[in-house]
Write a protein that binds this ligand. Sequence first.
Ligand code: HEM
Length: 402
Amino acid sequence: MALLAQLYEAQWVVVSIAALLYALERCRACLRLSAFKGPSSTDRSEVWHALTILTWRSHLIYKDVTDKYGTIARVGLNELLTSSPEVLVHMNAVRSGYTRATWFNRSFQVDEEKHTRRRQQMAAGYTGRENPAYGGIKADADLNNYLTSGEEGLTIITMAAALGLSPVRQWGPIARAFGPSEEDHSGFGKMLATARSLIDSRLEQSTKEKSDMLASFIRHDPSREELLGAAILQVLAGSDTTATAVRSIMLYVITPPGVYARLQAEIDEAVETGKVPAAPAIIPDSVAGGLGYLQAVVREGLRIHPPVTDIVPKKVPPNGDTITIDGNPVFIHGGTNISYCAWGVHREHDGEEKLATIRRTTELIFRYGKCQCQCLGRPIAWMEVTKVIFEVSHHWITSIRV
Ligand code: HEM
């Protein structure tokens, strides 16, 4: 009681000390990245960053930032953004010491060990094998509102991330009250229920003879919940990305003069020489892989409009790191987040830049490097996209043949 009474008497001293400590901490935070330039206010608060994400045009704004302030720029109190492929490759290198930053809380596994284990369980399943089917292609419709709810889900995830509310969104009682439930009749909850029943029926059959994706996951002995997570992740990670890739590549195939004509000439040649089986069969992956112009169109389409523009920050190792920027060594404090500026990385090389640079840089679209973060579905994505671009160009847009 006596201590409380003394504290009460000295309340203004206590409050002043707390305010001073807070002010000192703010100054330290503000000065932390003072060596880097960025939009004004990013040295004082995270408001700029939050508002940028909420514009839904953040990828373009980030590019403006790296164009204006350099290949590594400040976008928040503890946040840097880079358009330098060298810095990104350095961060993604084996044993670089960089780890996933908490921004990953939005949907991916942050615990590095758990994440690596889960990747190992899943990796073999992503070798171009048959995926679990959710019925959308057969129905030729947005069955059970899967696509609509996917879009809504991404909107909610992005808004929560922008406002720093991801932990609240994922908090048990909130997630249970407002999140999807397997009892739902449509949407993501329904997809969870469908995935669970596909898994249950697959578990009843032998996984020895037929090696589809689920069978491969099952052979790595995951728990039922891990299996559900893996089955859902491949849908979430593989649908919007691939759809965006197909749509943007098609846009760039049909708009610049000459591209479609050249692609069609390659397709005609493949059909006339019997390399491609007659419809309704579709082009085998082995033939698509040998069509040079088709492959170039896909690579260039992915570069000019990267489907994934998430900034996916990485945390600098605790002791800090020295990186070379424009030939000069720059020290970055441990714990700083460095993010990826997709539009800046891939559109930097428009014009005279050498093909080899573009080729190396485009690998970053699938998160290149020996890091435990590259896209597991890359071979599937490449196969799907090249086949769709071939078939659409071959059968459905011949009316615009030039
Ligand atoms: C053009 C299409 C695609 C692009 C551009 C793309 C790109 C990416 C990128 C950049 C990441 C890393 C995200 C991060 O750093 O956290 C990623 C992760 C992932 N992708 Fe893809 N992806 C595509 C298609 C696919 C497909 C079709 C599948 C599945 C069939 C797939 C499965 C995955 C999985 C499972 C991960 C998470 C890996 C992990 O947790 O470490 N992706 N993808």
